[in-house]
Design a protein around this ligand. Structure first.
Ligand SMILES: Nc1nc2c(c(=O)[nH]1)N[C@H]1C(S)=C(S)[C@@H](COP(=O)(O)O)O[C@H]1N2
Ligand SMILES: [Mo]
Length: 518
């Protein structure tokens, strides 16, 4: 009869073997490409194939921590598979090896089908899998020896099996520590890409040829708790499909203008910095922003007007869309007309609030388009502008059920009061922001308990491309109340009160806050 192996040790052998494979893969990804890491490649595939509702649910539940959730989920699946592999293997079946083989195959396919990948990207997954299998066989053998030594001999005496037990634990522990150190270290470097970070910090942004008009005196209202006019970079919302932030050294970056143009061109980073740059305050907005949500930010962007670049490339007749492509494969489809508009500052941005673009906001170059939601316009880590047609091409989110065109809808948000604590009877500042990028805001009104709409006071806008602060001085009587706000844009369009969800082209509805006054 075969001895019954200790399941716990078998399971642990499986986990350590998987850790070895993962560590080898991460270390090899250091030399091949950060995005060839099996964890990142599989996670990126999951993100790309996940249905649109899954994105909405995960953003709703985890907010900008949705990626940590996905990685945790993947780690849990890997650990479960490794436990199964370890247990099946010591039971003298080949199933442990088979499980690792399947995981390796999935990782290989994922890595070699990513944007920008080449056949070399298979190496981390393939060699990592071999490492995991080798470790599993070796530790499994040591475990079997120990178990065999510990079994009663034919004379009925138990052999102590001290030596075999010791070798099992020494190998298991040292392998685990080695894998942890190498794996965690490589992962940290892959995620951070230190050299690229240093190169980003060394970028010297030129002074704008066309500086942003000064912010008017009365643009910021003196109301505690209102959204600050400019969003500091570290508080700026981040939304993208990138499980690992692409790291592009400025010297390696270039932008190609391709497709239906008479004069295809390539622009390098140093060429871009030598062009006359424009600086503008522009409010960026995510289509997934719920009524009252915070997926929006306002920054001072520095960049080159995209219309100038298009003028050089000379789009052909019939083209009506620019498909901008990120280095990681994300695409956005922007109407060519919008990008060519003389009076709209669509930027190929290199600076954000006075510093080179932070990595998570698209370093070294991204697009910023006033008046369109980010998913159709604000491509980060942008490397190509393909001039094409809406009939011929479609972009990342359009392929997943979102609208082809994404103009920002006129909207407003109540920042204060928050409704979290009871307010004192008397004058209360109801205040917030309103936006209708590139059209501008004409009015914000407030009503209480479904009564008359009362005009709020608008701050001085920075420009039509930015949000504007507003306040309504409310003489609050005691009791429980519901406050609502609605904005009207400069063309007279009134913010809709219909309850419209974010899919497919942005939420509608009036933001409402319930307060208690005593
Ligand atoms: N490469 C890339 N660019 C992207 C995205 C993305 O997933 N990948 N998401 C877009 C979306 S949906 C939005 S709302 C904005 C958000 O920009 P931010 O993260 O700098 O706030 O980036 C846009 N650019
Ligand atoms: Mo977005």
């Amino acid at each position: 009869m075969k001895p019954r192996p200790l399941l716990t040790w078998a399971a642990l052998s499986g986990i350590v073997s998987a850790a070895v494979g993962t560590a080898i893969a991460e270390a090899l990804a250091l030399v091949i490409a950060p995005a060839s890491s099996p964890i990142i490649a599989i996670g990126s595939v999951v993100i790309d194939v996940a249905p649109a509702w899954a994105k909405d649910v995960s953003i709703a539940v985890f907010g900008t921590n949705d990626k940590i959730f996905l990685l945790t989920l993947l780690a849990a699946v890997l650990v479960a598979a490794a436990v199964a592999a370890g247990i099946l293997q010591v039971r003298s079946t080949p199933w442990g090896v088979v499980i690792f083989g399947v995981l390796g195959a999935v990782a290989t396919v994922a890595a070699t089908t990513r944007e920008q990948s080449d056949p070399w990207w298979a190496i981390p997954a393939v060699v990592g899998t071999l490492g995991a299998v080798f470790t599993l066989l070796r530790i499994g053998r040591l475990l079997t020896h120990w178990q065999a030594d510990a079994r009663p001999s034919s004379t009925g005496q138990r052999q102590p099996g001290v030596a075999s037990r010791r070798s099992f634990f020494v190998v298991l522990a040292s392998t685990a520590v080695g894998a942890a150190v190498i794996g965690a270290g490589s992962r940290a470097i892959n995620a951070g890409s230190l050299a690229v970070d240093a190169a980003r910090k060394a970028i010297k942004l030129p002074r704008p040829a066309a500086p942003a008009p000064p912010i008017p005196e009365g643009a910021a209202l003196d109301v505690t708790g209102i959204t600050p006019l400019i969003t500091p970079n570290r508080y700026f919302y981040r939304i993208d499909t990138a499980l690992q932030i692409p790291s592009i050294a400025p010297d390696d970056w270039s932008l190609r203008v391709t497709g239906m143009v008479d004069n295809p061109l390539t622009l390098t980073f140093s060429e871009l910095l030598e062009l006359p740059l424009t600086e503008r305050n522009i409010t960026l907005m995510c289509v997934s922003n719920e009524v009252g949500g915070d997926l929006t930010g306002n920054a001072t962007w520095l960049g080159y007007p995209i219309r100038e670049l298009l003028r050089r490339a000379q789009p052909r007749a019939g083209a009506d869309m620019v498909l901008s492509r990120s280095i990681d494969g994300f695409t956005a489809g922007t109407p060519l007309k919008v990008l060519e508009q003389e009076d709209r500052d669509c930027l190929l941005a290199v600076g954000m609030n006075g510093v080179p673009l932070p990595p998570q906001h698209g370093s070294p170059v991204r697009m910023v388009v006033p008046g369109l939601y980010g998913y159709v316009s604000a491509t980060k880590w942008v490397v190509e502008l393909e001039v094409t047609t809406f009939a011929r091409s479609s972009a990342y989110w359009t392929n997943r059920g979102w609208a082809e065109k994404g103009p920002v809808k006129v909207s407003s948000r109540i920042d204060v009061p928050t409704g979290r604590k009871t307010l004192d009877v008397g004058t209360i500042a109801v205040a917030g922001i309103a936006w209708a990028q590139h059209t501008g805001i004409r009015a914000v009104e407030v009503r209480v308990d479904g009564g008359e709409w009362m005009p709020g006071r608008l701050a001085e806008p920075i420009s039509a491309d930015t949000w504007v602060q507003w306040v309504y001085e409310w003489d609050a009587p005691p009791g429980a109340h519901t406050i609502e706000a609605r904005a009207t844009d400069a063309e007279g369009t009134v913010q809709s009160g219909d309850d419209v969800p974010v899919v497919p082209d942005g939420a509608e509805g009036w933001h409402e806050v319930r307060v208690d006054v005593a």
